[in-house]
Design a protein around this ligand. Structure first.
Ligand code: ZN
Length: 248
């Protein structure tokens, strides 16, 4: 198993150092701009980087965000300092064909792994805010406890970091940090799936458009039954190339 520290170092050496100018451009516009395109090729032939990115994308992308924060300091960026709570999108593109699936292929074995899928945009919801960091008031000591929200299901604090009580906690909606988010649906001949988009991908696509997604399939649970719905969390999304260059 590749350690988190090793992953952070791989992000720095394989991805961020060769793209120092792009990272600088991101930092200059941060926090308005929060996304960086990462061609999968940058993993090179390093199996100890590409395998965790495909099989454990949550942990590997988290290491990438930590590495970006470290690299920003290395660049001596005074503005655009990235805090671990900041949401940054590492938009991995061009994942290998081994993880390309049709929508109907996707099943439980793909949950929380990286996949590439294609489909036609079938529906587009109105964009809205989604909580990136939620603030909770500890009912015991009344201090505010913030909890990073990596997914769409609200995470609550385990223990209060001020008084160590394990709750109860009250959500303080006006202390939340939000990002732009949108749900769309994509379909192929056999299946339609919901796709969660955030930040620069919001409002980027319209109904009827063919798109290619690098995504993480998630099981959406309603909290009542044990039956979930499969949906996709977009890592990157691009209009499909309608006139692909023929292979030489
Ligand atoms: Zn407390």
């Amino acid at each position: 198993m590749v350690s988190d520290r090793e992953l952070v170092d791989k992000w720095r050496t394989h991805v961020f150092r060769p793209a120092a100018d792009e990272v600088r451009a991101l930092l200059e516009r941060f926090p308005d701009r929060r996304s960086l395109t990462v061609p999968f090729d940058r993993c090179g032939t390093d199996y100890r980087f590409s395998a965790p990115l495909l099989e454990q994308p949550d942990r590997t992308l988290e290491a990438g965000r930590a590495a970006l924060g470290e690299f920003a300091e290395e660049l001596g960026a005074r503005e655009g300092r990235i805090h671990p709570d900041d949401r940054v999108y590492l938009r991995v593109t061009g994942a290998p064909t081994s993880v390309r699936h049709s929508l109907s292929d996707l099943g439980t074995e793909h949950l929380n792994r990286l996949v590439t899928v294609e489909g036609t945009v079938a529906d587009v919801d109105a964009p809205g805010p989604r909580v990136a960091v939620a603030g909770f008031r500890c009912d015991h000591c009344e201090e505010l406890v913030s909890v990073r929200q990596p997914g769409r299901f609200l995470r609550r604090p385990g223990r209060c970091r001020h008084c160590n009580a394990n709750g109860p906690f009250t959500l303080e909606p006006d202390r939340a940090t939000c990002v732009d988010a949108q749900t769309i649906a994509i379909s192929d001949d056999d299946r339609t799936l919901a796709v969660e988009l955030e930040h620069d991908l919001v409002d980027a696509f319209s109904i009827g458009e063919e798109i290619e997604l690098v995504a993480i399939p998630r099981a959406r649970l309603d909290g009542e039954t044990t039956t979930g719905t499969l949906e996709l969390e977009a890592v990157s999304a691009d209009p499909e190339n309608e006139n692909p260059v023929p292979a030489p």
